[in-house]
Design a protein around this ligand. Structure first.
Ligand code: FES
Ligand code: FES
Length: 164
């Protein structure tokens, strides 16, 4: 089946098998390898991306269902001028990762969570934990991930832009 999908502002017009998962399209057709596959039960969140601005687990939908969609992956957060996205900065500065396998999905889930917050609203630690509950990490114990999201929130309130 023919699909037309925009990923990180680049359009991919191609034929795909009707049963191809979106995560496989991202990794194998677009050759964007930051988005990981960590399970086959739609539980881990390693495959989280933004689809039309909403975070979704890209292993849970078919590429054909994303026809016409606008997708952002972790690679899409890089500006090309060396400036790090505030959420990426915050994960690095707060040591919000160890092996890094969950990190792409965690960052994209955090971007989605923070972009859903009304201007001036500050998420509590519980709200951050609830917002990321669909993403699993086997290394960090989560505290530094929560710290990273708090720091990202501070950076954004201080005026950095966020992709939504
Ligand atoms: S690969 Fe685990 S939820 Fe998608
Ligand atoms: S940093 Fe290793 S799974 Fe999260």
């Amino acid at each position: 089946m023919k699909v037309s999908i925009v990923i990180n502002q680049q359009r991919y017009d191609t034929e795909v098998a009707s049963n191809m998962l979106l995560v496989d399209f991202i990794r194998d057709v677009a050759k964007l390898k930051a988005t990981n596959v960590g399970c086959d039960t739609t539980t881990c969140g390693a495959c989280t991306i933004l689809l039309n601005g909403e975070s979704v687990k890209s292993c849970t939908i078919l590429a054909v269902q994303a026809d016409g969609a606008d997708i952002v992956t972790l690679e899409g957060l890089y500006t090309g001028d060396g400036t790090l996205h505030p959420v990426v900065q915050a994960f690095g500065r707060s040591h919000g990762l160890q092996c890094g396998f969950c990190t792409s999905g965690m960052v994209m889930a955090a971007v989605s969570l923070l972009s859903s917050v009304a201007d001036g609203q500050v998420l509590t630690e519980d709200e951050i934990r609830n917002g990321l509950e669909g993403n699993l990490c086997r290394c960090t114990g989560y505290q530094n991930i929560v710290n990273a999201v708090k720091l990202a929130q501070d950076l954004l309130i201080a005026g950095d832009n966020i992709i939504s």
